[in-house]
Design a protein around this ligand. Structure first.
Ligand code: ADP
Length: 246
């Protein structure tokens, strides 16, 4: 592969990311390559730094050290709205006074896309998430699962190269969660976008991921396919966290 081709197909590269909040070093040098078009999951217990890592990738926090590259471009100093990256937050963060349609259209309208283009993109995104019949509803008229899908449509309407998902299923009940996991996986395959999911739920990671990165206390301990990580946990912590220690 020549260099130009290599850049075009390069994924997301994290190099030596460190982040400190006061006395607490939350990320202690995280390096990782997420392949383009891959479903990658950051898995680890609460407080290990998963969300902080996601926020660095999204541009909501600045690393103290290290770099973030996407397709050969350096994103490290770039503000969130200029990155080809979108985030679905845990609480969905929908605008309560806007309808489903207006919520999904909001970002495009604020970037002054022509209205015909807004309509085409919004209708496509709503179709992907099977939301066509709910366009005129307000968030308070939606179930948890429906709000979740609107949040996804709102992120996908921007056609991001990378979609970041911060525990997006944690508010859903078990049955719905299993359904949305399948939907997410199908969506990612269909769009061939790079999805990065944060979760503390091993089964969820297993169900959706091409590869998993297991974190503990600000460090990435192991990266591999679900099978690799489960069958050959590299440390005692990984084995215990996955419940496969003997
Ligand atoms: P996780 O997503 O794995 O639960 P987080 O990245 O949310 O972990 O948090 C890692 C640690 O960093 C926690 O101890 C948390 O309290 C702390 N932390 C996160 N954000 C901030 C912040 N803005 N200021 C101070 N401490 C923070």
């Amino acid at each position: 592969m020549d260099e130009a081709q290599g850049k075009a197909t390069a994924g997301l590269i994290l190099q030596g990311l460190r982040k400190r909040f006061g006395e607490l070093e939350v990320l202690k040098g995280v390096s990782l390559e997420v392949h383009r078009g891959e479903f990658f999951t950051l898995l680890g217990p609460s407080g290990c730094g998963k969300t902080t890592l996601l926020r660095l990738i999204g541009g909501f926090e600045v690393p103290d050290e290290g770099r973030i590259l996407l397709g050969g471009r350096d994103l490290t100093g770039l503000p969130a709205h200029l990155r080809p990256v979108n985030t679905v937050f845990q609480n969905y963060a929908l605008f309560p006074h806007l309808t489903v349609y207006e919520n999904v259209a909001f970002g495009l309208r604020s970037r002054r896309f022509p209205e015909a283009e807004v309509r085409a993109k919004v209708e496509y995104a709503l179709g992907l998430l099977h939301l066509e019949s709910l366009v005129h509803r307000y968030p308070h008229q939606l179930s948890g699962g429906q709000k979740q899908r609107v949040a996804l449509a709102r992120a996908l309407v921007n056609e991001p190269e990378v979609l970041l998902l911060d525990e997006p299923l944690s508010a859903l009940d078990a049955k719905l969660r299993a359904e949305v996991q399948v939907e997410l996986r199908n969506l990612q395959r269909r769009l061939q976008a790079t999805f990065i999911l944060v979760t503390h739920d091993q089964e969820e990671a297993m169900a959706v991921s091409d590869r998993i990165g297991v974190m503990e206390a600000g460090r990435l301990l192991q990266v591999g396919t679900p099978e690799e990580v489960y069958e050959r946990p590299r440390t005692r912590f990984v084995a215990e966290f996955l419940g496969v220690a003997n």
